[in-house]
Design a protein around this ligand. Structure first.
Ligand code: NAD
Ligand code: ZN
Length: 341
């Protein structure tokens, strides 16, 4: 079968000679319908954040059950499912609570399919347990695949700040890419706060307006923080969701976050922050959330089935993987790119 394989630093190749796996025990084999292309792949490919192993990329996966191992119950061939991405041990307390993104054993395990283990940019994917599947019912796998990360990650980040996102407050979203464009829609649907969106191109900023941003600011502007404060007034923004995570965006966040606010850094842009008592208003919680839980993914599927969120997708073939990654490096993808076998 065909697969998009990571061989090492800046070395991604499409191969045709992978063996189609066959599931045993708890395992499930999926026929892939779509695999989302996440910016985290670029951190792996360009910065070598997962070193030493060769594996199939793709950690945003959806498809149909092809075959199940002998101990799997409750699924039959043809059922449409998502693959929950952060694979935990399945036994520790966070895993029992469905929060495998915070599995106690994360430091000693590969992070999951497409992140050290074989992922879904292939004709078929082997999932280690049916526990990691979430049914999508009438949703189409190719459109639903990015729900597993581009929607789940912002959903989980927003949910933890929800009590602060009241109608008299402001929220700033930095980066209107794969995750950010869904974050805007989730905020529009589940929170009351006024949304201010930041990106670096006019295209992304007008896209943000279509998705619920009341205001847009180009974060490359030297006075971006002042522009935001003009909108919020003295109270500043209660919640900042940074989907870039560069030093410059973290600094922007510290300048516009309010007293007792949340500064949430989701982007893995390699930024630095030096704490100083006068640099941050009192009471700010600075967090770096990772992905979301299995039950939150079920809630995200509910939002999509009710048509409250919609993933804007660009479809490509597996063979085009390297071209797609290049488009992403240049910030040219609108919404999410999805590879279709
Ligand atoms: P993406 O490439 O689809 O989007 C990034 C967006 O940020 C683009 O629209 C780009 O124009 C914009 N941008 C770049 N520099 C900017 C700046 N200085 N100010 C404002 N906007 C800027 O990326 P994505 O797939 O949405 O991922 C975003 C980040 O989140 C990546 O770093 C990714 O690795 C990370 N991520 C983290 C988690 C997690 O669990 N913490 C999960 C998934 C992705
Ligand atoms: Zn991702």
């Amino acid at each position: 079968m065909k697969a998009v394989r990571f061989f090492g630093h800046k070395d991604v190749r499409v191969v045709n000679d992978m063996e189609k796996p066959s599931p045993k025990g708890e395992e499930v084999l999926l026929k892939i319908g779509g695999a989302g292309v996440c910016h985290s792949d670029l951190h792996i490919i360009d910065e070598g954040t997962v070193g030493g192993t060769v594996f199939t990329l793709g950690h945003e996966n959806a498809g149909w059950i092809e075959e199940v191992g002998e101990s799997v119950k409750g699924y039959k061939k043809g059922d449409a499912v998502l693959v929950y991405g952060p694979w935990g041990c399945g036994h520790c307390k966070p895993c029992q609570q469905s929060k495998e993104n915070y599995c106690d054993h994360q430091s000693e395990m590969a992070y999951g399919g497409g992140l050290g283990l074989n992922g879904g940019m292939a004709d078929y994917m082997l999932v280690p347990s049916a526990r990691l599947l979430v049914p999508i019912f009438d949703l189409e796998p190719v459109v639903a695949a990015p729900l597993t990360d581009a929607a789940l990650t912002p959903y989980s980040a927003i949910k933890r700040s929800l009590p602060k996102l009241m109608a008299d407050e402001f929220v700033v979203v930095i980066g209107v890419g794969g995750l950010g464009h869904v974050a805007l829609q989730i905020l529009r649907e589940i929170s009351g706060a006024t949304i201010i969106a930041c990106d670096v191109t006019e295209e992304k900023l007008s896209f943000a307006k279509e998705l619920g941003a009341a205001y847009t600011i180009n974060s490359k502007d030297a006075d971006a923080a002042e522009q935001i404060q003009k909108i919020t007034g003295i109270k500043k923004a209660k919640v900042i969701l940074d989907f870039v995570g560069a030093t410059s965006t973290i600094e922007l966040g510290t300048k516009v976050v309010s007293l007792d606010g949340d500064l949430t850094i989701v982007g893995l842009g390699g930024g630095h922050y030096q704490y100083s008592m006068n640099g941050l208003p009192f009471g700010v919680s600075m967090t770096n959330p990772y992905w979301g839980s299995r039950t939150e993914l079920m809630e995200v599927v509910g939002l999509a089935r009710q048509k409250k969120i919609h993933i804007e997708i660009e479809k490509y073939k597996l063979d085009e993987a390297n071209e797609v990654y290049e488009r992403m490096r240049q910030g040219k993808i609108k919404g999410r790119a999805v590879l279709v076998p």
